[in-house]
Design a protein around this ligand. Structure first.
Ligand code: GDP
Ligand code: MN
Length: 337
């Protein structure tokens, strides 16, 4: 089955320190990981892999966020895993926990409904706290206030290829606001009312909808329904100022008022995706074809000359992009609509 070779664009060269004798330009950026103390082993694995493949050459600071204070062991081990600056913050109580305005009885009924549907994390309140935090609070954290770009890292992820250029500078120089590697369909029952809420928001605040947006990636019928496609947000390289902007913040507040981060189980991935698709131009969203990445149980392995260029260790035929549950083909197609 011959696919058009649109993914085989030449790998970006201009952002590579090796190609320049001038003092290296650097973006105002951080590697950001939300984690628990108990995640420390997998945190170190992710760090070590990203350091080896990218950051020991580029020296971006690490920022760790947690709803609990990080303990001495976590700090000692993470500091030892990098030469770069590392900092830690405890998330303010109200940025994390279920708000008092949530009707707990209704929330329990909502959780039970997802348990009956056999949905992952159906029963979990902490998971919902995490999704709401990542949707509307991470970019407001004091510790990130002086940064413009972030790279989201999770415990236990893998990077398969050498990253010899600076993806943050690519974002900056090309005016991108959101970068992804993997996309897929969401479980419908976790976001049953998200699209209705979103369309109500759009009707109320049409001024926020950007021209040349990516609506055709998230809807197959011009916006009547959501096709459940979302960028997998455990990997993100993004512009914090985009999330901090008026459009996305109003949108998040509007979503949050419904309580459905708790009554349903709205994920930060579909929320970020809808925000990026509606309030950014399509050309401000970037597919990082050349960043080989795995978060269990799926991976993106670079194809074509990107694989050799990055000396990738993954099997190019083990690549989620082409599988039925991926939305990445739809993404590529949407670029030509
Ligand atoms: P999944 O990728 O959707 O299966 O969810 P994860 O369990 O990987 O959680 C997503 C991210 O949030 C990871 O970076 C976790 O370390 C972090 N996380 C999840 N729950 C908590 C929590 O209760 N406290 C803290 N501090 N981090 C959490
Ligand atoms: Mn994860």
């Amino acid at each position: 089955d011959a696919e058009p070779d649109v993914f085989d664009h030449p790998v970006v060269q201009e952002y590579s320190p090796a190609n320049s004798s001038a003092p290296r330009r650097k973006a105002n950026a951080a590697l950001v990981m939300l984690a628990r103390n108990s995640d420390v082993d997998e945190v170190i694995r992710s760090m070590k892999r990203l350091e080896d493949k990218f950051n020991r050459k580029f020296d971006y600071p690490w920022v760790f966020l947690n709803d609990q204070p990080f303990n001495a062991e976590f700090k000692k081990r993470t500091r030892a895993a990098t030469n770069s600056k590392v900092s830690y913050a405890t998330i303010p109580h109200d940025d994390w926990h279920q708000p008092a305005s949530i009707d707990e009885e209704r929330a329990a009924i909502g959780r039970q409904k997802l348990i009956d549907d056999d949905i992952i994390y159906a029963e979990s309140v902490p998971y919902r706290n995490m999704c709401r935090f990542n949707s509307g609070f991470f970019y407001k954290q004091e510790i990130l206030k002086d940064y413009k770009y972030y790279w989201r890292v999770e415990p236990g992820v893998r990077y398969f290829c050498d990253i010899d250029y600076d993806p943050f500078l690519l974002m900056q120089d090309e005016g991108k606001v959101y970068g992804f590697t993997i996309s897929m369909y969401e479980y419908e029952s976790t976001i049953a009312s998200l699209w209705d809420t979103t369309t109500r928001f759009m009707r109320q605040f049409p001024e926020y909808l950007v021209e040349d947006n990516a609506l055709n990636f998230i809807s197959d019928n011009g916006g009547e329904t959501y096709n459940l496609c979302h960028f997998w947000s455990n990997f993100e390289i993004g512009d914090l100022d985009f999330w901090r902007g008026e459009a996305y913040n109003k949108y998040f507040e509007y979503l949050d008022e419904t309580g459905n981060f708790y009554y349903e189980r709205w994920g930060d991935a579909p929320v970020h995706t809808l925000g990026a698709a509606l309030f950014a131009r399509k050309d401000q969203i970037h597919f990082f074809e050349d960043i080989g990445y795995r978060h269990e149980p799926f991976q993106h392995c670079p194809q074509g000359n990107a694989h050799a260029k990055g000396r990738c260790e993954c099997d190019p035929s083990d690549n989620f992009d082409y599988e039925g549950y991926s939305c990445t083909k739809k993404w590529h197609k949407s670029l030509f609509w």
